[in-house]
Design a protein around this ligand. Structure first.
Ligand code: RFL
Ligand code: PHB
Length: 384
């Protein structure tokens, strides 16, 4: 088998790259370790920047997004019960759209015209310095795909980054001593916008997927076990951390899904190794506090798709040569914002009384300063 671009991973990054290449007539094959149902069953991100909405339009897949997505012009921040609304629209003239990663993935999967091989085991990358190929096993048979380029869109635990010699790669990492326990529930959201709450017991987030489906999170220690949290315990803890009026309005119910995600910041540099490119979570991780992970993955592959289309169309490698530097510039800015928002909103076990006062001062500065709010709004809705 032969193709132009082998794409490893059918998450939002791999599927969007495949879609953009299909629309431009660049042949590609996607290899995914899991089944399509498994990929669709993962509950993850919920907030799209305008740039991601624009990209769905470019992919000719924005119909359902515009019909079902919820446009949010602001968000509520609360600190020990004191609340302040950040008015994105008034501050920077932009909004975000609540539309689940599951829905983005479904739209991309349904539109896929190129080949996708699900349940591809033991994917291996070969000779990406010269004449790249990818092998995998399926139904007991080994298959091989020769290609011009390999794109590693296989997430943080994927094989692509792991295939790069350690000496060629520099990594930067911060592991936080906590994670998010998340719960999905078929109840209307507690508020029409998202609520990010700092409380002395830990961070909490009220998010949503639709007018009838909500997504809530509470900060838990990294060591926490899912089985220690009944639905009732989750609701009790969430209520404690929210402003009183919000806690009273909360509609609770049985969990449709419940999981714990560890929080980390991570960047690998560079993003190109000969004919291998990394994109999305394969290259970087942000803590979810700034809602940046999916958006970054989509902006990486938009850049990479443009570069590949330019290569096949105009026979210019300028975009491919610039990809790593240009994508990393954007990635580090999103890393900074996600780290900052995580630092402000969470309880750090070793921060001490001084650290807590600094967080409070940061919150008071933010709520009293239009430029500070403008900076938050500019970053949250997506740097242009
Ligand atoms: P994905 O989605 O992890 O997809 C990678 C795919 O590669 C496959 N794979 C392999 N395939 C073949 N061979 C192998 N050896 C393979 N190894 C792995 C995997 O099965 C998978 O299908 O990476 P991608 O495409 O880069 O997308 C990144 C996003 O999924 C991620 O950044 C976001 O979900 C992060 N995130 C959020 N991002 C936002 O922009 N806004 C949010 O509101 C937001 N909230 C979140 C989040 C992530 C969370 N968790 C669970 C970490 C909330 C949470 C709780
Ligand atoms: C979500 O809805 O899952 C979500 C929303 C905002 C975040 C993180 C996650 O910052």
């Amino acid at each position: 088998m032969r193709t132009n671009v082998a794409i490893v991973g059918a998450g939002p990054a791999g599927l969007m790259l495949g879609r953009l290449l299909d629309l431009a007539g660049v042949d590609n094959v996607i290899l995914e370790r899991k089944s399509a149902d498994y990929v669709l069953g993962r509950i993850r991100a919920g907030v799209l920047e305008q740039g991601s909405v624009d990209l769905m339009e470019r992919a000719q897949l924005a119909g359902r997004l515009h019909a079902e997505g919820l446009v949010h012009d602001g968000t509520l921040l609360s600190f020990d019960g004191d609340s302040h609304r950040i008015d994105f629209k008034a501050l920077v003239g932009r909004s975000v759209t609540v539309y689940g990663q599951t829905e983005v993935t479904r739209d991309l999967m349904e539109a896929r015209t190129g080949t996708t091989i699900y349940e591809a085991d033991e994917v291996q990358l070969h000779d990406f310095d010269n004449s790249p190929s990818v092998t995998w096993r399926k139904d007991g048979v080994t298959h091989r795909l020769d290609c011009d380029y390999i794109t590693g869109c296989d997430g943080y635990h994927g094989v692509s980054r792991a295939s790069v010699p350690a000496t060629a790669l520099t990594t930067f990492e911060r592991v936080y001593p906590f994670g998010w326990l998340g719960m999905l529930v078929d109840k209307p959201p507690v508020d029409h916008e998202l609520i990010y709450a700092h409380h002395e017991r830990g961070f909490a987030l009220c998010s949503q997927r639709s007018p009838t489906r909500s997504r809530y999170y509470v900060q838990v220690p990294t060591s926490e076990k899912l089985e220690n949290w009944s639905d009732e315990q989750f609701w009790d803890e969430l209520r404690r951390r929210l402003p009183a009026r919000t806690a009273e309005a909360l509609q609770t119910g049985p969990a449709l899904e419940k999981s714990i995600a560890p929080l980390r910041s991570f960047v690998a540099e560079p993003l190109r190794f000969g004919r291998l490119f990394l994109a999305g979570d394969a290259a970087h991780i942000v803590p979810p506090t700034g809602a940046k992970g999916l958006n970054l993955a989509l902006s990486d592959v938009a850049m990479l798709a443009d570069a590949l289309i330019e290569h096949y169309g105009e026979r210019s490698d300028a975009g491919l040569d610039a990809y790593s530097v240009n994508a990393l510039d954007r990635i580090w800015k999103a890393e900074r914002f996600s780290w900052w928002m995580t630092s402000l909103m969470h309880v750090f076990p070793d921060a001490g009384a001084f650290g807590r006062r600094i967080q409070r001062a940061e919150f008071d500065y933010l709520t009293g300063s239009l430029p500070a709010q403008q900076s938050l709004a500019e970053n949250y809705t997506g740097l242009l």
